[in-house]
Design a protein around this ligand. Sequence first.
Ligand SMILES: *Cc1c(COP(=O)(O)O)cnc(C)c1O
Length: 508
Amino acid sequence: MRGRLELEERHRGESPVDMSGAEFRRLGHLLVDRIGEFFDSLPERRIAPGDPPKSVRERVGFAGLPQRGASADALLEETAQLLFDHSLHNGHPRFLGYITSSAAPLGALADLLASALNANLGKWDLAPIACEIESQTVQWLAELIGYPTPCGGLMVSGGNMANLHGFMAARKAKIPWDVRTTGVCGKAQPSTVYASHETHTWIEKAADTSGLGTQAIRWIASDDQLRVDVDALARQIAQDRAAGYLPLLVVGTAGNVSTGAVDPLVELADLCEAENLWFHVDGAYGAPAAALPEASAELRALERADSVALDPHKWLYSPLEAGCTLVRDAATLEDAFSFQPAYYHFADAAAKDPGLNYYELGYQNSRRFRALKVWLGLRHLGREGYTRLIREDIALAERLYERIAAHAEFEALTQHLSITTFRYVPDGVSREVAGAEAYLNQLNRTLLDEVQRSGEFFVSNAILDGRYALRSCIVNFRTSAGDVDAMPEVIARKGRALDARLRPEELR
Ligand SMILES: *Cc1c(COP(=O)(O)O)cnc(C)c1O
């Protein structure tokens, strides 16, 4: 009875979740105004809010699930304030940590548009125009980095997923039995995959998730530039074949996380060709730099990969989340992921062009319109715009390296792509004295905490041959030459104060 009564009171346009166009415009304008102010205020804000974890939790509060609803006006106003005042601002001009970029404001609008439309790109006929835009985005990304088109591919959430999709395509393509039915243990021959120690941790998740297990990873040594040692790799493959293993794929990284070094992709491509192995390139960070005419031959050799992982939410400035897997042979993704259940209707292929069913190319079933912000970004800036931004970021990183090298209290360590690593070495600490290295590591680790907490700059760290280094990665269109020039002295000042407190007697 109750149900019937409620249904009779339910009229179109009166649902509590719905909003009229006028109401949406009013609220939307208020929020967009706040966001516009936020963008303008970014340079004046602290990068890190500096709140201790306990106080962050208190900001959110400990109330239980609200029993009754509240007005959208108040909620949006309060939430925008909460987020703007208590977040770590990776869009700040002096945020140079990890590989987290500033996000294009147009991307935020694109996400709004995508959410308003709410297209489901799992299946072509649910979102025909959106799927075609995703398909064009994938081809454009390939074109941008010089990967041969037409190619296959799809948008995913980020670099980890982009790499995982490439890995799974390789697993299906290179295991000679029906691995999707019988699993990796279908035959007793264990598979192996090859990656350097510098490979991002996605490889462990992929080895685990794919059923190969992390033991399947053959960790190959790197040279002093942190590039994989191809001779050691070739020896390991030969040894594994002799021992009865089934080598599947080799990972080359186009811009590693620590230093931005690019693996010798030309030699890796040659080796994979000779050994009939799948060649996967992790270009989550560095692939967009292949768009530069002056890019190295090594980097441009990503064009020879069977699959490439890209991360538009890094150097292409898309808001999170946007990753992309490219595969040379489009059929390999479908082979790796497609199932056709009875509850999905498939148009008679002869009757019309069925288009792409993205759910058959990857893990996701329902999929949001991630491609839109990437597509609009590519149209907004064009190849020229992106080339210029990437080139500037690299030039800024080189400038930082020079400034650091010229500063008496720093040791400049590495510079590749837009990553610069260095460490603070105070006056009077002789590297020859026992304990000096341990002290420098401790000092730089503490210094990093201090810098991050200060809210003035945000850098991260790298461990280079046992040395604890500070690491600046410029994937930030807001960073200027002035920011870069200011950094050494800001950090040195904190370093001096720490050194005065921390240096042990024997090193004085
Ligand atoms: C960032 C990064 C990843 C992981 O990407 P997410 O977008 O964080 O999932 C993988 N590999 C490399 C080289 C990266 O720089």
